[in-house]
Design a protein around this ligand. Structure first.
Ligand code: G4P
Length: 527
């Protein structure tokens, strides 16, 4: 039997293609969970997520995201931790890393647009880790695609079996609410965009005649037929298949109107997995182990240049985290103690005395941490699952102010530790090359170097668009390859060689020429 403190924790992320309704759904969860009283707070915090290259907006987004990075609240005896992910596509890596710290996700799909580009990408990340996924089909108040067509599209494009656990009554202007297939229960609400209202009717039997006061006979009959049909096609939910990431339960609703939220939340707390064991390089770490362990999945810089400290977000994997206790930083081989660890309840930060697996604590950091760092009670552990991905844009750093070389080096070092982008060092000359997935990251680096470190640099675009970490079972062959291809080799922060190429074609040619060398798309090639 799992420790009740661990059992009650549900740590997850709500993810979506921008504009599908992630922010609105997050806010409605907080509202239904009683963590906030009126909608609008999270929403106001949401910066412009469009594709504009406006780094001030991004700065604003970073600024507010400490508050919204983790939103914890209690609901029905469970402790819910929602981890926020950035919406902008250039920050995809940040999202991937945050997903390493959750136990499940809710993926929001817009019923008008169906599966979009980011929906597919996010799903593929979930699949990499077998993360359990629930799908919420939002905006059912709009004239979108039909429920059955949406299910077919999602099943096909996201390549996952589905199991609807709620069903819409009507759609667009005829949308009346959502029936919970899972709980065999119908709650009808009046739409209210800002707060939770009591249901106008709640029935367990669709033959209940009082329903006729709210729904037309043909609406009730269609619902009954649909429920029967869905049961025939999809059957009952197999919770194990869901937990293993093989079947995705589906819910319908309209986040803005509060429809379908309670059905989703009530089922979520019942079926979503509690924290589970985690793989470390050395061994599997079980949540119920007595000794504490956790890893850093996100680092947030302080926007105030007078306070250079940063906040490292630590996901607890086992044992119990306690304030003012010394913990072992495995990479740096030293002990650290945290006197002001932060807990995040709704939008409030407070000092936390103890925290459990599934929880995320914020640790003030003066430069000790980088993404992926592990803390334990003394054991040498390194958690897996936080790889760096191959960037697609590479630029060489050119110092614009030789008097500030030290500051530039420190800035580049720290910003890449934070995971803003990746740093590669190329020979000869120890040239620094930054690799990123989007142009925006270069703007952010430039801006922050200037404002936080007083350093100035220019970026010279390189022709590379692909990269692969390279390894070989034959050390000599690898050394030979690295020497021969020196112009194309950058060393990452762990001094692993990375082969940089102009195209996939070039990588493939090189692979053929060097059969003893293995090429990897992520830095986690050891697994
Ligand atoms: P995101 O975080 O995934 O980017 O999406 P967000 O929640 O910000 O929602 C994107 C837009 O979709 C918002 O409109 C929001 O109000 C709207 N929306 C969310 N849920 C529903 C829904 O169930 N039905 C309908 N019809 N719209 C919904 P906006 O105009 O961009 O912002 P706002 O002016 O409403 O704040």
């Amino acid at each position: 039997m799992l420790n009740p403190e661990i059992e009650k924790r549900k740590t997850f992320a709500i993810i979506s293609h921008p504009d599908a309704g992630k922010t609105t759904l997050t806010e409605k969860f907080l509202l239904f969970g009683g963590a906030i009283n009126t909608a609008g707070a999270v929403k106001r915090n949401k910066a412009n997520q469009s594709n504009t290259s406006d780094f001030m907006e991004i700065e604003k987004q970073r600024g507010i995201s400490v508050a919204t990075s983790v939103m914890g609240f209690e609901y029905s005896g469970k402790r819910i931790n929602i981890l926020d992910t950035p919406g902008h596509k250039d920050f995809a890596e940040d999202t991937y890393r945050t997903l390493s710290a959750v136990d499940s996700v809710i993926l929001v799909v817009d019923c008008v647009k169906g599966v979009e580009e980011q929906t597919e990408k996010l799903m593929s990340v979930c699949r990499m880790r077998n993360t359990p996924v629930i799908i919420f089909i939002n905006k059912m108040d709009r004239e979108g695609k039909e429920a059955y067509d949406l299910l077919d599209e999602i099943e096909e494009k996201l390549n996952i079996s589905l199991c609807p656990l709620s069903w819409p009554i009507g759609q667009g202007h005829t949308f009346k609410g959502v029936y919970s297939i899972y709980n065999k229960h119908l709650n009808l609400f009046n739409s209210d965009k800002t707060k939770v209202t009591d249901s106008v009717i709640a029935v367990n039997d669709l033959n209940d005649t009082s329903l006729l006061d709210y729904l037309k006979e043909n609406e009730i009959n269609t619902l009954k037929d649909d429920v029967e049909l869905v049961d025939g096609i999809y059957g009952k939910i197999d919770k194990d298949l869901y937990t293993d990431g093989l079947v995705a339960p589906v819910f319908f609703g309209s986040a803005i109107n509060n429809f379908g939220i309670k059905e989703l939340l009530d089922t979520f707390i019942d079926i979503a997995p509690s924290p589970r064991h985690r793989e470390a390089e050395e061994r599997d770490v079980l949540v119920e182990e007595k000794n504490f362990s956790g890893f850093v999945f996100k680092i947030h810089a302080n926007l105030d240049p007078k306070h250079r400290d940063r906040i490292a977000f630590l996901r607890i994997c086992s044992g119990k985290f306690e304030r003012n206790k010394f913990y072992y930083h495995t990479r740096q081989d030293k002990k650290l103690k945290f006197s002001n660890p932060m807990d995040f309840m709704a939008n409030e930060k407070s000092i936390v005395e103890e925290a459990w697996p599934g929880d995320v604590v914020g640790l003030y950091d003066s430069g000790n941490f980088k993404i992926g760092d592990t803390l334990t009670e003394g054991e040498k552990l390194q958690f897996k699952g936080i790889p760096s991905f191959s960037p697609s844009i590479f630029k060489e750093v050119e110092n614009m102010d030789p008097m500030r070389t030290k500051q530039l080096e420190k800035g580049i070092e720290q910003l890449t530790d934070e995971g803003v982008a990746q740093l590669f060092v190329m020979q000869p000359g120890n040239r620094k090359v930054i690799g990123a997935v989007g142009e925006l990251q270069f703007e952010v680096i430039n801006f922050r170097l200037e404002h936080e470190y007083g350093a100035k640099c220019r970026f010279r675009t390189l022709s590379y668009t692909r990269s692969s970490w390279v390894t070989s079972t034959d050390r000599k062959k690898l050394d030979e390859f690295v020497k021969r291809k020196q112009q194309h080799i950058g060393f990452d922060k762990e001094a692993n060689p990375v082969y940089l190429a102009d195209s996939e074609y070039m990588i493939n040619l090189t692979k053929q020429d060097y059969p003893d060398i293995e090429f990897h798309k992520t830095s986690e090639f050891k697994s």
